[in-house]
Ligand binder design. Structure first.
Ligand code: AMP
Length: 582
């Protein structure tokens, strides 16, 4: 029955994507018809027109800053048709980790519906390639905090809105090995512990391991490597660790422990003792797992090495592509490894345009100025899905049913090919500049590459980089890059000296190299932080309203983000300066 449903779903998706260009035009027309009487669209002079050409002529490209005053009015309780005809009922917090402040974006029922479309599409193609029996997973999902605006709208991360919805809750029993109290727990560490405990208790039922962003899987499995003896002791005694103080989670999980189970505890203990440094932990503990699933591209790439180590022969399946602002694409080629994962645009969930790139990355703060200056600077006109070229890079623009029109998401994607007539996208990076002292321009991807190259020098030491971030230090002249590393253990000083110089040399940007040679930029500094520093950093962001499920370590900390800079500097144990250009 399920297989039949899958095939029907896939057939209709195939038919729709063959007609993707027409579907895009229809979708734009629907968005403009449904929201034509909103203040925002009224001001654009469309006068009821819903065709692509009029839309492109009348409606400007925008960034979040351009919409902030409209969104703030909505948040303050103004229910007049501002961005959409129907009032916006909820506000999402997009991560905004770089600037240190999450941004408000509108969330409504249509966005909920598009989320379900993305889930169903990805699931149908995934089930075809990797059929499951029970469909149950060890799913590291954590519902974040919900607050309300002064106008009474619920504010939470987009994943929290989705996970709190009835559609989602109705599925929990059949798709999770844990009770819903674990997902909705008040404390991340307690929820993570209980997720792991339920996974071990029902290990035979686990057919896949999931988290929205793969970072949460790696985080949980690292914790499992530390806490397994305590988890085994709970199973052996039938008594849940006293550290679980959230009363509803405690009561729900205690019911599952039922009675002492020394046999299970012993078998888990034996498995752990046989593991070599955690290699193959997932298939060893969850023998029926078919794959590991989650977003694994972009800023998740640095965690892939560790995830592969845990997964051994199990496939790593990349999830979907989207943002709090709106969904974009699903993975219809689940067998591709994360390095070559692509995402097929869903032509019926929004209208998508693509700005051809070949120009420099932009400073996050200047993005809106850049929109104004774009025409003058010769930025090319955005094109539709029918005009994109395979192999070229673009910045993506979203127009959706939640009040965003020609919105610059700030992501750079490459068109990897087409699925029927809809483009398949590869995530490249955020467009914004990450590190910049003077004429240098380095993006998140550039930093990621340098860290990866230098990190290879740690292999001989059997060490790995647990996490990393960076900042620019301008307190002394000339300014220089500072990269923070948390390591899995203690490394020799000479190795870290080499890592530091290697990172400095691995930034290939010509502006950086030239500046370094003439000391226009000072030697790169590597600061090694104490174990647990990045956990503190995550807790800080979670305290600000970020959800663990959506957490992405910010790869550069802005100079004004004092609290995070303080957390990092409190953790610094060792400092190295590059001698690469001496
Ligand atoms: P958020 O602000 O938490 O909604 O995060 C949205 C951002 O996460 C997107 O704009 C992307 O930069 C990133 N993202 C989402 N999906 C993917 C993906 N499949 N691969 C890489 N990055 C992604």
């Amino acid at each position: 029955m399920r297989g039949q449903f899958n095939e029907q779903f896939i057939d209709s998706f195939e038919a729709m994507t063959k007609d993707a260009v027409r579907v895009q035009k229809q979708t734009l027309a629907r968005i403009l018809e449904e929201n034509g009487d909103s203040e925002y669209l009224q001001n654009q002079g469309l006068a009821g027109r819903t065709d692509v050409q009029s839309f492109k002529t009348c409606v400007p490209l925008v960034t979040h800053k351009d919409l902030k005053s409209f969104i703030n009015r909505i948040a303050d309780g103004d229910s007049s048709p501002i961005l959409t005809s129907k009032p916006i009922p909820r506000i999402s917090l997009s991560s905004g980790t770089t600037e240190g402040k999450p941004k408000y974006v509108p969330f409504n029922d249509q966005l909920m519906h598009t989320t379900m479309e993305i889930y169903k599409t990805s699931q149908a193609y995934r089930n075809r390639e990797f059929p499951l029996v029970t469909q149950k997973g060890l799913q590291f999902i954590y519902v974040g905090k919900q607050t309300t605006t002064k106008g009474g709208l619920i504010v939470a991360t987009a994943t929290t809105h989705v996970y709190s919805s009835d559609q989602f809750r109705n599925n929990i029993k059949s798709k999770f090995v844990c009770p819903e109290q674990v997902i909705f727990g008040s404390d991340f560490n307690q929820s993570q512990y209980c997720h792991l405990l339920c996974g071990l208790l029902f290990s035979d039922e686990v057919e896949f391991v999931f988290s929205t962003f793969a970072h949460s899987i790696v985080h949980a499995l690292r914790t499992l490597e530390q806490d397994w003896e305590e988890l085994c002791s709970d199973i052996r005694s039938g008594f849940l660790s006293n550290k679980i103080t959230d009363s509803s989670m405690r009561s729900a999980v205690s019911k599952l422990l039922l009675r002492p189970n020394p046999d299970l505890a012993h078998s888990i203990l034996t498995k752990f003792k046989n593991l070599n440094n955690g290699y193959g932990l997932i298939p060893e503990l969850f023998p029926n797992a078919k794959y590991v699933y989650g977003i694994m591209t972009g800023s998740m790439e640095p965690y892939m090495k560790k995830l592969r180590h845990y997964a051994a022969h199990l496939p790593l399946v990349s999830a979907y592509y989207g943002a709090s602002e709106g969904w974009i694409a699903a993975n219809v080629n689940p067998k591709l490894p994360p390095e070559s994962a692509t995402f097929a645009v869903l032509p019926h969930i929004g209208y998508f345009e693509f700005i051809p790139l070949g120009i420099d990355p932009v400073d996050e703060d200047d993005r809106e100025l850049e929109v104004v200056a774009a025409a003058a600077a010769g930025e090319q006109e955005p094109v539709g899905i029918e005009e994109v070229v395979v192999g070229k890079d673009y910045e993506i623009l979203i127009t959706n049913f939640a009040g965003l029109y020609r919105y610059r998401l700030g992501d750079v994607i490459r068109v990897a090919g087409f699925h029927n007539a809809t483009p398949e996208l590869q995530f490249i990076c955020r467009r914004s500049l990450l590190l910049n002292v003077n004429i240098d321009k380095n993006t998140e991807k550039d930093l990621q590459t340098s860290v990866e190259i230098a990190g290879k020098l740690l292999a001989a030491e059997k060490l790995e980089i647990v996490d990393f971030t960076s900042c620019v230090d301008r307190s002394i002249e000339p300014g220089h890059y500072v990269v923070f590393w948390e390591l899995s253990g203690k490394s020799r000083e000479d190795v870290l000296d080499s890592c530091c110089s290697c990172m400095d040399l691995s930034f290939v940007d010509a502006g950086y190299k030239t500046s370094r040679k003439v000391n226009g930029i000072g030697p790169l500094e590597l600061r090694v932080v104490r174990k647990g520093t990045f956990q503190k950093l995550m807790s800080h962001y979670v305290g600000l309203g970020a959800a663990v499920s959506q957490f992405k370590t910010p790869r550069c900390i802005g100079a004004t983000n004092d609290v995070v800079l303080q957390i990092l500097s409190d953790g610094v144990e060792e400092t190295y300066f590059s001698t690469a250009f001496d």
